[in-house]
Design a protein around this ligand. Sequence first.
Ligand SMILES: Nc1nc2c(c(=O)[nH]1)N[C@H]1C(S)=C(S)[C@@H](COP(=O)(O)OP(=O)(O)OC[C@H]3O[C@@H](n4cnc5c(N)ncnc54)[C@H](O)[C@@H]3O)O[C@H]1N2
Ligand code: MOO
Length: 391
Amino acid sequence: MISVADALTHLFDLAKPLKTEVVPLKHANGRVLAKDTVARRDQPPFSASAMDGYAVRNADVSPGATLTVIGESAAGHRFDGAIQPGECVRIFTGAPLPNGADRIVIQEDVTATGTQITIGDTLDSNAYVRAKGFDFKDGEVVAAPKVLRPADIALLAAMNIAEVTVTRRPKVAILSTGDELVMPGETPTEDQIIASNSFGLYAMLKDIGADPRLLPITRDTKDSLKMAFSLAQDADLLVTIGGASVGDHDLVGEVAADLGMQRSFYKIAMRPGKPLMAGRLSNGAMMIGLPGNPVSAMVCGKIFLEPVLQALLGLGHAPAPEFTAPLAADVATNGPREHYMRAKLDAGQVTVFDRQDSALLSVLAKANCLVIRPPHDPARKAGEIMRCVAI
Ligand SMILES: Nc1nc2c(c(=O)[nH]1)N[C@H]1C(S)=C(S)[C@@H](COP(=O)(O)OP(=O)(O)OC[C@H]3O[C@@H](n4cnc5c(N)ncnc54)[C@H](O)[C@@H]3O)O[C@H]1N2
Ligand code: MOO
């Protein structure tokens, strides 16, 4: 059995960043920007008014001064002339500042009568002018790699970028194995249960920008598994669930080997998640074989699949992000495997659930983090600081 850290290193060796594609900006949210992208203009492209009011020469501004309004500058329609001493221009938010003006007096601070304004005596000192390039300048770079969020999309649009180069979404085929499984909505026989892991993992993968696909559930025969593997030919990553352990019906490793998988590792000193396997299939795709126990599959998804997906997306090699929190109650000594204990962070303290069996989805669904216990970690007291991963 290898350590969790070694397993991640092996997985990162297998997970090479995928190729890129160009997509319209409106489809780029959540995608990974793969190429530095450069602003094509200054924003604003001219000195602009930040308020509705009057563009004036600062030298003309004093309480009680009277100025003549000689025209109007609106957003999209500049005033072409220049302001001379004693003159001003009616101006609106976002409009270009007329030549000669260097300040906006907001309309609340003037009294307007016909073509005259009189400046009041409660003026603030703000010029209310946004200089050309105040937000960003022509040539400014949005650096890759970066997961694009709505604010990035808005920024790129303002930079006049209509299309962006992003990493292709990893195609992930998800395969549930086992005679006991049926799909949600189907009628199970009395010995059957509902496939749940594939749905949890599908959701997890979708959330992190993959393009997941559920393959039909396979039965516990070599032929059925081989058929399912053949359906995953176009995938970048095949994720199998179950059939990974040592039982007579655990055939995934054997079938993968028959089909030419080069195994990278099998079995890790982790709880839950011991029978994890990974390798490269003969068509070059990655394969990760997850344990069937529902919590094991989901925890392995968090600790291994998510970092692998980030690597495929070109976001580098990083384990699941950790934080620390004090224990709300004592926990017992840990065994020989690194334990990812289901726990709840509440009011700054973390409580480890009593029931840690890897079949308990009801406990996993109540948890919002995993507390990480190194192998043979001694008993810990309330208040001790623990490493945690949010889920
Ligand atoms: N003698 C030993 N037995 C087991 C060992 C061991 O070391 N020696 N390891 C245990 C550990 S740890 C785990 S984890 C499990 C993993 O076994 P498999 O990966 O072979 O999984 P299965 O046997 O196929 O299934 C286990 C359990 O999970 C249910 N399952 C499977 N797939 C799904 C799914 N898609 N959705 C919901 N539930 C699923 C399945 O019905 C079983 O109940 O092995 C231990 N045994
Ligand atoms: O490792 Mo198993 O995943 O403990 O239940």
